[in-house]
Design a protein around this ligand. Sequence first.
Ligand code: GLY
Length: 365
Amino acid sequence: MKILPINTKSKRYNIYIGNNIVIKLPKILKKEKINFQKSLIVVDKNVPKNIFKKIKSRYHHNKKLLLSFNASEKNKNFKYINLILEMLFKNNFTRNDAIICIGGGIAGDVSSFAASIYKRGLKFINIPTTLLSQVDSSIGGKTGVNNKFGKNLIGSFYQPDLVVSDTIFLKSLPRREIICGYAEILKHSLINNKRLFHFLNNNLSNILKLKKKFIEKAILESCKIKKEIIELDERESNLRKSLNFGHTFGHAYEASLNYSKKLNHGEAVLYGILSATKLSKKLKTLNNEEYQIIIEHLSKLKFDNLKKFFNKKDIDKIVRYMTVDKKNTSKKINFITLKKIGRYNLKNQLNPSEVRNFIKLNLFN
Ligand code: GLY
């Protein structure tokens, strides 16, 4: 078991990473000196019943409530926030009580947002159960819900009190879910750590097969990169923007397909990474040799051409989604590009017409 301490300006907390560690939750809480009278356990319906049963059988807290959450982008809304808040109010939770979330990124974002606004904040313990949430959304305190204007447009920054990432959950995930989390691990390596990229490139198949030694190293190294970034820039005023590498394209691809199951978030991010790598070469920030290495890596994952999902008629729609990205501060569209493997450029502002041309000439052939 590894313990990764996170020190942000607003809170210090530990991330526990290991295999079959979630059953030790009561011991971990004691060791961390996290005390509370009451807890609301929000459990994602996708969590395997046998693992949840094991957790429950060891968690003897006498004042616990349960809420089963059917996690989906559609349910990531205020209705569920109100449901959680009402349970807390009806049961007189105080600021010293806790929400414990057992689930993927959506369950984590919803329950941590509720935790952040209930009486201006109560304790939040996150047990992420998907690879994506273990390497990305459980770290750094972004919380939120969707509304009709877009994804994650309402939310707060609220750091948890504890994160327990157990690889035991990953075995129940379909390969597409593993790929989804892998996209963020790959992104972290490309923006920050050449050594990690080569480890991923040399061990891709063992990582995707969840071989213990390989997946644990990939998770830990990836979490270390995110830790480094969010400790320096908790509220995304500068460095944290680098975590959007591949996401300006990726979000627009997801949105253009109406968030259909054809392309899940991580798959869209992988196509986004492909696109941002091509843009890096086009803008001559990345040299050809490193460009080829990244493209070959993506093709091993079978992410090499957008034609499967889009045709040239869709380009206007894709660019329109980019122009309404919440991260834009002017009419131009900003992209994170690579300088080399492990180093990035934060600012590359392009006009929508330039982006349209780039997509037309570079991403559909
Ligand atoms: N997933 C991007 C961030 O946490 O900032």
